[in-house]
Unconditional design. Structure first.
Length: 403
């Protein structure tokens, strides 16, 4: 089987996902095209240099609909002979794009791909595309559907994580993100977003709140308590499935959950022959990929079984992994991962995560793979694992190894 290598990985800064966010006036199409152009320019790609562009985005309506991947190719400087594939695996869409591209290369279906994703959450509201599992009673009632925030609070209740645990994790995410930016750790991979005149729109993740402390977080009310306890009473729905729990302990709020932001990311993946033909040096080998379905009510436990699966299928142990990127959808998701594998926090999300910098749904999976690669190089480590929880109860994981 042909090996698949990462030749480049980059991302835009994350803009606040609101009307006053710096990227709000930038369309999903334009941000995607800008990111594709950066990959093309940095690697000096010409003609039909890649087989396909695989692009993840979660809310595939309005400007993010109609196979945004193909539209982005046409709006970019890539050759029009390159097709585009838009995919959606919710929060893991960007990672799934990378994994699909890698497995296409490994299977011999083309020498190279650009993979990644975009989400402009200030322009296309999360949930605007609807969801059968939430709206259709024939499946919602059968699966004991509850929103993600309720699932995060169920994890905290089930596995014993307190409000203080979650808040302390969030404060550390903010501290690490600020430290990473101050130290220039993202300089290699973050590309500035500029307007048509070449003037800078955004060069830095703007969602960060580095002054966050336990006191400021303590003043925030639980975000999901009302929907859980009052109308429509999702706690009661969930407790029908988990009768061993007396109640749901609501610990999550805006400060210890991922931020709503805009952003895009891209990864250039190819075979050894592709690199040799284009004078490019590989940075890492994509060693393994995995995805799995999990309990759709608690919903967010996927990183644990996905990691168990990817390790087992490749004859590896958790001790074989030097660094981890676990998406910070909610604090309890990462706390559960560290508890399940007895992994020290010093190896997990070394440069902060989505609680501090935000979670642009369709792009995050590609972003954390790039962040993981940069940190492996900076700290001279060898093997890293990236993983995300996924809506409706799924998990995905990718293992990369420096070369």
């Amino acid at each position: 089987m042909t090996e698949a290598y990462i030749y480049d990985a980059l991302r835009t800064p994350r803009g606040k996902g609101r009307a006053d966010g710096s990227l709000h006036e930038v369309t999903s199409l334009r941000l995607s095209a800008l990111t594709l152009n950066a990959i093309k320019e940095r690697s000096n790609l010409a003609g039909h240099a890649v087989e396909d562009v695989i692009w993840g985005n979660v809310t595939q309506v309005m400007e993010q609909g109609g196979c945004l991947a193909r539209s982005a190719v046409l709006a970019s400087d890539l050759d029009e002979s390159i097709p585009g594939l838009a995919i959606n695996r919710f929060c893991a869409s960007g990672m799934e794009a990378v994994n699909l591209a890698a497995n296409q290369v490994r299977g011999g279906a083309g020498q190279a791909y650009i993979a990644g994703g975009v989400e402009m959450m200030s322009r296309v509201a999360m949930g605007a595309d609807g969801a059968a599992i939430a709206a259709d009673p024939s499946i919602a009632m059968e699966q004991y559907f509850a929103p993600q925030g309720i699932g995060a609070d169920i994890i905290a209740t089930q596995y014993g994580f307190s409000r203080a645990d979650a808040d302390a994790f969030a404060v550390e995410s903010q501290r690490r993100a600020k430290m990473a930016w101050d130290a220039g750790r993202f300089a290699k991979s973050v590309i500035p977003v500029r307007d048509q005149n070449g003037l800078s729109i955004l060069e830095h993740d703007e969602y960060m709140r580095p002054s966050t402390d336990m006191q400021s977080l303590g003043a925030l009310n639980p975000a999901f308590q009302a929907m859980g306890e009052v109308m429509p009473g999702f706690d009661r729905v969930a407790l029908m499935k988990y009768p061993h729990l007396e109640r749901v302990n609501h610990i999550h709020h805006a400060g210890n959950s991922s931020g709503i932001v805009d952003g895009a990311a891209a990864v250039l993946i190819g075979s050894k022959a592709f690199g040799e033909q284009n004078g490019l040096k590989p940075r890492a080998r994509i060693r393994a990929t995995a995805k799995i379905g999990t309990d759709p009510t608690i919903m967010l436990t996927g990183p644990v079984p996905a990691t168990q699966k990817i390790l087992a299928e490749n004859g590896m142990a958790i001790s074989d992994i030097d660094l981890f990127e676990v998406n910070e959808a909610f604090a309890a998701v990462v706390l559960l991962f560290m508890q399940a594998f007895d992994v020290d926090h010093s190896k997990v999300n070394v440069n902060g995560g989505s609680i501090a910098m935000g979670h642009p749904l369709g792009a995050t999976g590609a972003m954390i793979i790039g962040t993981l690669l940069d940190e492996l190089e900076r700290s001279d480590k060898e093997v890293g694992l990236a993983t995300l929880c996924i809506a409706s109860g799924m998990g995905a994981a990718t293992i990369i190894e420096r070369v």
